[in-house]
Design a protein around this ligand. Sequence first.
Ligand code: ACO
Length: 449
Amino acid sequence: MFNPRGVAIIGASRKPGKIGHEILKNIIEYGYKGEIYPINPKADEILGKKVYKSILEVPGTVDLAIIVIPAKFVAEVLEECGKKGVKAVAVISSGFGEVGKHDMEEEIVEISKKYGMRLLGPNIFGLFYAPTQLNATFGPKDILQGNIAFITQSGALGIALMGWTILENIGLSAIVSVGNKADIDDDDLLEYFSKDEKTKIILIYMEGVKNGPRFIKIAKEVTKNKPIIVLKAGRSKRGAMAAASHTGSLAGSDTIYSAAFKQTGILRAMNVAEAFDWARAIAELPPPEGEDTIIITNGGGVGVMATDACEDYNVKLMNLPEDLAQEFRKYMPPFGSVKNPIDLTGQASEKEFAGALKTALKDDRIHAVILLYCQTAITDPNSLADAIINVIKENGKTKPLVISMVGGKECAEAMKKLNLKGLPAYPIPERAVSSLGAYMKWARYIGKI
Ligand code: ACO
C-alpha cells in the first residue's frame, strides 16, 4: 500500500473539482515515481495520462488501487482488482457501514479477503506516504515531509489538519485516513509504522477501535520503541453518539480507553493543538536521558508560569549545584537569578541566551532545557533564533530543548525559522512545557528515565 509499483485510480474523473480528478492530480503533482493508471470507461486521456477502460486492461503491475466510484459499483470493481492481482485497495467511497449499509461493507471485505487484498476504508480521503512521494488524497498537495505518521478516523478533520500542518510547519511521514476501518485498523498501521524508518512518532485521531485486545497488545509493543499519541474523541455521552453516526464507531467507555492508554504507555492528548505540539517535539528531539530540567528566560513572569506548568506536566526542575550556578552567573547582571528559572533578566541579548544555552547543553547534569523569551527592544527575535540555531549547530541536538517566544509577529517569524530547523518553538510557555512533559512521560514509561 505504501510502496506500490503501480497505482490505479478507478473513477479518475475528467472533471476538475471531482474527487477522482483531484486524487489523480495530487498523485501526479506530488511526484510519485511509480506507474500511474487512471481508470474510466468514458475517457481516453486525463491530465496527460493514458486512461484504461478497466483495471483488467492495464498492462503493468498494480499494487494499489484507489477506488473513487459510487458505493453500489465498488464490489464489482473489487472483483476485477482481485483478478488483476492488486495487493491493497483504498476505498474512498462513502455509503457503507456509516449509513447502516453493513451488508455492503461486509461484502467488500469478503471480496478483498477472497483475493488476499487488504482494504483501507471505506469512507476515506486517501493516504500519503513521504518516502515514496505518494499523495493519494484529495487534500492539499504540498504536504511538508517529516517524521510524524498521522492516522485519522475522521476524513474532513484529517484533510483540514493536513492544511494546518503546512501552515504550522509540521512535517509528516505519512497520513492514513482509516474511515470505517472495515479491514485495515489502527493496530495494523501501528505495526507498519513501528518498523518504518522515516516515522519517529505515531499520532492517531480515534473514535473507536474494533479489536481492543489486539490494539492493546500491539500498542504495548510499539510504545517500547516509538511513542504513540492518541486523540480519542467521543469522550462525553453526546460525543459518543456523534461518533456512532459519523464513522459507525462504538466510542465505548472513556474510563476503559483511558486505562488502556495508561497501561500501554500511549500519550493521550485532549485536543488537536496539544497532539501536534507533542508530536512536533518528539519527532524532532532526542529522548531525555534523565529528569533534571532547567528554564532559561529573560522574563520573570513567563518563568513563573512555566514553573507552574512544570508541576502540572510533571517536569522536574533541578536545583543548580553551586559550580553550575557560577557558570550561569557569567551571562546575567548581578540582579539576575540562578534559582531555576535561570533569569537572565530583561536586558539579556542573544549573546547571553547563547552563552547560557551552551552551558546547559554541555553539562551532563542537565537533561532538558526550556528556553523562554519575551520580546523586548533589547533583543531582536530573529537574531535570537539565529543564535540558538548556531549553538545547536556547534553543539548538536544532544538533549531535548523546547522554546517559547512570547510577542508579536517578529516572534512568529522567528519561531517559524526555528521550527523549520527542527527546533520546536511555541507561542506560549505552557505548550513548550507540556510537550517536554509528554516526552518525559513516555521516557518514564519505557524505563529510560
Ligand atoms: N470504473 C471506472 N470509472 C468509473 C466507473 C467504473 N466502474 N464508473 C464510473 N466511473 C467514472 C465516472 O464516469 C466518473 O468520471 P467522469 O467524471 O469523467 O464522468 C468517475 O468515475 C466518478 O464517477 P461518478 O459516478 O461521477 O461519481 P462521483 O465522482 O460523483 O462520486 C464518489 C464518486 C466521490 C466516490 C462518491 O460516490 C462518494 O462516495 N463521495 C463521498 C466521498 C467521501 O467523502 N469520502 C470520505 C472522505 S473523508 C471526508 O469526510 C472528507
